[in-house]
Design a protein around this ligand. Structure first.
Ligand code: SF4
Ligand code: SF4
Length: 419
């Protein structure tokens, strides 16, 4: 008997197995790599049996360097837009005394609420609003990217996501690991971004008619919301600075704090990404349960415990795919047809989808807004008096006023026709 136990131990050590006893107390061993399966589904191998699991090394090149280059280029593009916008503001500040520098339409991409409303107006009426049309195309491109490639915008293109990643890497250097909040705190905090998104959805879908939507997009506040955003950061209040400082510190301690818990854009893309037919797939047969994918995942997804990653937090960063040591074990796969997607194809796909949609806006001449520099100068002078409805009551009132104004205008035009 002792001999059998010794033999079994040696066998276990050799193949990295865990011990189990059968119902009639016979020594049975199990492969560690089947630990993800419920006990009754694990293959049982009696001691003395020879088990060979062929491991083919994953020799595919990683994609992280390319991802970093794409993120950097996109961040530089955003900085360039920022510089051009600064020059445009100089023109406004000097009341047109300095040389005119045209407003970069890309700045619309930083107006998510206006862009979302424009998108919704388009769905309702087929009209692309002319105040921030580039915002409409950028919003559409981002949603399309997420429907095709999951939440890839966050990890490939978003400048805030990029910054958040760099801050997270810095934090990891300090703490030597990624700190994760316990589920009890993590889950409620993750719902915050959905609450913010829910409030926006509720205000736009339920409290605003199409007339009110159009009235908001036409309002002087919306026309200069980009300029107002500029001054929000340039003349930042003490309170806002403290909030940003706290967010920065929290992002050092907790990787991706803003993206994981607060970004409503991320929440929206998390939902649309679930529609994506391309998912990270794990082959449980060839997987050796090394857990490297778990450690590499910046979104703390337990990749080694699922066959398919279906998560609103997966950003298709492909970190897990890169670190997997076994060939053809972890990959991005199309659910329909089970076709494997090459990592480079993902990079090309994400960038080209974004470029195609925004490029379409540029080619068709719908990218630029139709506000003249003279109109901007007039709006700029009164800018401080422009506001927007805050809170549900204010949105309801805005809606009522917009409907009344619309009815009055229609009455007047009817009278004009009858005269
Ligand atoms: S599961 Fe993989 S692709 Fe998704 S976020 Fe984690 S590491 Fe990135
Ligand atoms: S990295 Fe690959 S082999 Fe290791 S646990 Fe994850 S899927 Fe399995």
């Amino acid at each position: 008997m002792n001999n059998t136990i010794e033999k079994e131990k040696r066998f276990r050590n050799k193949f990295g197995m865990t011990e189990q006893r059968s119902d009639n107390n016979e020594p049975v061993v199990m492969l560690n790599s089947f630990q993800h399966l419920p006990t009754q589904e694990r293959p049982r191998i009696k001691s003395g049996m020879t088990v060979k699991k062929k491991i083919v090394r994953n020799k595919e090149k990683g994609i992280q360097k390319i991802r970093f280059v794409v993120q950097t280029l996109f961040a530089l593009l955003c900085i360039w837009i920022g510089v051009e916008f600064y020059q445009f503001i100089q023109y406004l500040e000097t009341s047109g005394a300095t040389a005119f520098s045209s407003r970069p339409p890309g700045v619309d991409g930083f107006l998510p609420i206006s862009s979302f409303m424009s998108f919704y107006l388009f769905l309702m009426t087929g009209e692309i609003h002319t105040a921030h049309p580039a915002g409409f195309f950028i919003f559409f491109a981002i949603v399309l990217v997420s429907i095709v490639f999951g939440k890839a915008f966050c990890s490939w293109l978003c400048p805030v996501g990029f910054l958040s990643e760099l801050i997270g890497d810095f934090g990891k250097k300090i703490f030597k690991k990624d700190i994760k909040l316990p589920k009890l705190l993590d889950y409620p905090l993750r719902s915050l971004k959905y609450l913010l998104l829910g409030f926006l959805f509720y205000s736009v879908f339920f409290l605003m008619s199409t007339t009110a939507l159009k009235a908001f997009l036409d309002s002087p506040y919306n026309l200069v919301s980009d300029v107002k955003m500029y001054y929000f950061f340039v003349e930042i209040s003490k309170f806002s600075l403290i909030v940003i400082g706290i967010l920065f510190l929290l992002s050092i301690i907790l990787r991706g704090f803003w993206c994981r818990y607060l970004c409503p854009y991320g929440a929206l893309l998390g939902i649309t990404s679930l529609l994506s037919p391309n998912k990270i797939k794990r082959n449980p047969v060839s997987c050796i349960d090394c857990g490297l994918c778990n450690k590499a995942c910046p979104s703390f997804i337990k990749v080694d415990q699922v066959k398919t990653v279906i998560s609103d937090e997966c950003t298709t960063c492909l970190n897990c795919v890169d670190v997997c040591p076994v060939a053809d074990t972890l990959q991005l796969e199309t659910v329909v047809g089970k076709k494997r997607l090459n990592k480079r194809l993902v990079a090309i796909g994400v960038v080209s989808t974004f470029m195609l949609v925004t490029g379409f806006g540029i080619i068709t001449g719908k990218w630029q807004n139709n506000i003249s520099k003279e109109e901007y100068l007039i709006l700029y002078k009164d800018m401080d008096s422009f506001g927007h409805p805050t809170g549900t009551e204010a949105v309801k009132k805005f809606n009522e006023d917009a409907l009344k104004n619309n009815a009055n205008t229609e009455n007047q035009s009817d009278k004009g026709k009858n005269k």
